[in-house]
Design a protein around this ligand. Sequence first.
Ligand code: HEC
Ligand code: HEC
Ligand code: HEC
Length: 266
Amino acid sequence: MNKITLLTIAIVSLALFVLPNTISMFVGQHTFEAGVQCQKCHVAEYCELYESTTIDVHKRAANNANYTTFLSVGGIEYNSSNSKIKAIDDKEWVWNGAWDGGNGTWENGSEHKLVSLDFNGDGEIGGAELCHLCHNSSLFGIEGHAVTVRVCDDDRCHGNRNHSYLGAATGMFANPANATYVVTAGYNLSRENVHQSFYLNLSNQSSTYPAGSPFGHSCGNVYGIALSRGHWTCIACHSDVGTDVTLNPHPVYNHSDANASPRRYW
Ligand code: HEC
Ligand code: HEC
Ligand code: HEC
């Protein structure tokens, strides 16, 4: 074989690897194969993510295949005494552990699942693997699109005023007692909490992200047909994103009127 032929083969085979990633840009749709390097097109989001203070905890969550499986089957409860996930469609998924001869997957009858975001199998979540935790539609039961935006106060992440399913599934995490507040942060914020109105105010506004109908149900953090902006509250306190707040000072009484009618002052 001469050099030109070899070179041609090399270029063509290179193109085979490169094309699937870039093609999606032209057809206006994501293919989301494992290993797609999201940062090729989303470099700003990538840099922002890897500088964020919540990076390590989200990597840990993404590396927990029990949790990612729970997400993908639409879990609403996990019972650690019998290793069962109960899903929103009433299906039950039972862990068939590899150590006692099982196959190391979650089973529902003849269906088997173990959803892992560690696509390259190096035991860690790195690079673009992490993006899937919040953007891969198949994890969130959204049909029709490969990509979605799911936000902090999702039903199966930190919860919201309507649902916080992980509150009944803390047994999937390494330290269940400590996970309780982590996975119900949005729910707690919507209750008797000094920042309740901050959160609820934004929960009553629509973001630009379509809510869809995860697993055929409506999301708890929906407002109209879109996800609400409730998660902006989380981002406001937990990231370096600046907020523009206007504080209105209370009116002050200047004690000039001895006959002023009684009322409540702050
Ligand atoms: C080949 C380039 C390319 C790659 C690779 C790519 N994207 Fe995109 N992505 C785009 C473009 C272009 C848009 C904007 C589409 C639009 O405005 O309609 C977009 C939009 C998005 C959105 C916003 C969707 C919305 O509803 O607003 C998300 C989230 C997203 N991409 C995540 C990802 C993730 C995660 C990966 C990796 C698994 C990825 N993208 C890989 C080009 C790419
Ligand atoms: C911990 C969850 C999380 C992870 C991990 C994550 N994102 Fe996002 N992403 C979000 C949230 C939340 C939003 C919506 C922010 C908002 O409301 O402005 C978002 C929005 C986006 C958008 C849409 C921006 C727009 O203009 O609408 C793109 C694109 C995107 N992310 C890409 C990525 C890529 C690429 C990665 C991996 C490098 C990634 N994200 C990882 C949570 C995440
Ligand atoms: C008013 C500011 C504020 C808002 C709004 C806020 N947080 Fe927090 N959050 C904090 C502070 C402060 C801590 C405690 C940090 C520490 O102990 O180091 C915390 C702790 C947490 C923790 C760790 C809990 C633990 O027990 O370790 C999680 C998870 C969390 N917040 C998620 C969220 C989510 C999700 C939202 C939005 C629904 C949110 N937070 C909104 C300020 C806020």
